[in-house]
Design a protein around this ligand. Structure first.
Ligand SMILES: [Mg+2]
Length: 315
């Protein structure tokens, strides 16, 4: 046997390494959650009042109290635009354009809130995110974010799939050249060169609590007091309106709801035109073709420029 065939062949292929996109949650992947949070608060208050026997038994409603926010979120099931337009197609396209693309979430929201919303997002779209999900506990005191707070956990989460990440040199390579942050806010303490700022996605969903809670329950003084103290939902029966007849109260309620619907409708029409995710996926596709390191500082600048150009050419 010729001697050269006895040598062990050296594997010259580059190691398999991931490309990572880290997504913010609020107003980056989804619209405004304020109303849903307020509804969760109301569920909690009503549940407490019921359990304290402050509401007559016969009008009690069945409230699942393990996670009020999860219960409130059920009301967004038929509101597809709550999720940023083109979400599924754009994220699938990013996975196709980038070799070994992995998604993480990094939000400054509280852990329970972020976990519940990500489960909802995954269920609604079929897009999945790596664990752990990074939330407020991974931010600085001022809710600022940094790759320094999440890098170790991301590497740990990926090392099974990408054994080459055991090497510190490869870890640094990925963190410096294969990592992109997408966030609507300027919150990164480090790594700003790898940040793509998206416009705020401001789709809002008006919640009419009269369609959720029994009318008798909403007439209960302690429930009314709670809603008025929070200044959240429009209700028919307001303690301040004692001089009004029931008919007048009903009409005022509908007028106020109509004003709110009108205002939100205009905002939502604008929000629905949002095409940031589409522009991002197209820009990444253009820049990353045949490149091993798609998110070098230079490439991120190009991606930003392409996103802007696509926005201008639309106008
Ligand atoms: Mg945000």
């Amino acid at each position: 046997m010729p001697q050269f065939l006895c040598y062990k062949l050296v594997d010259m292929r580059p190691p398999k390494l991931p490309t990572i996109i880290v997504w913010d949650l609020d107003q980056t992947m989804i619209g405004i959650t304020e109303n849903v949070l307020q509804l969760a608060d109301l569920y909690k208050a009503v549940d407490f009042l019921q359990r304290a026997k402050d509401i007559p038994n016969h009008i009690n409603m069945n409230i699942k109290h393990e996670n009020y926010f999860e219960t409130a979120l059920q009301h967004l099931k038929d509101v597809p635009h709550f999720i940023r337009p083109h979400f599924k197609t754009a994220l699938q396209s990013l996975k196709r354009s980038l070799s070994h693309c992995e998604f993480f979430v990094y939000s400054a929201g509280q852990a329970d809130y972020v976990d519940t919303l990500i489960k909802y997002l995954e269920k609604e779209t079929g897009v999945t995110f790596h664990r752990p999900i990074f939330s407020r506990k991974n931010t600085a005191i001022s809710y600022n974010k940094s790759v320094d707070f999440t890098a170790d956990a991301m590497i740990q989460s990926l090392v099974g799939k990408y054994p080459a990440l055991k090497s510190p040199k490869n870890q640094k390579y990925v963190l410096d050249n294969g990592l992109l942050f997408v966030d609507d806010n300027d919150v990164l303490l480090t790594g700003k060169d790898q940040w793509i700022q998206c416009p705020k996605y401001s789709y809002n969903h008006v919640i009419d609590i009269s369609t959720i809670f029994p009318k008798e329950l909403l007439m209960e003084p302690k429930v009314i007091d709670f809603i008025i103290s929070r200044n959240t939902f429009i209700i028919e029966s307001n303690g301040k309106d004692k001089d009004l007849t029931a008919d007048e109260r009903r009409m005022i309620y509908h007028v106020n709801m109509a004003k709110l619907y009108q205002q939100v409708l205009v905002m939502n029409n604008e929000a629905c035109k949002d095409d940031f995710l589409l522009r991002l996926s197209k820009a990444v596709k253009q820049v990353s073709t045949k490149r091993k390191t798609p998110f070098t500082v230079e490439n991120v600048k190009k991606i930003r420029k392409l996103i802007d150009e696509m926005s201008k050419s639309k106008k």
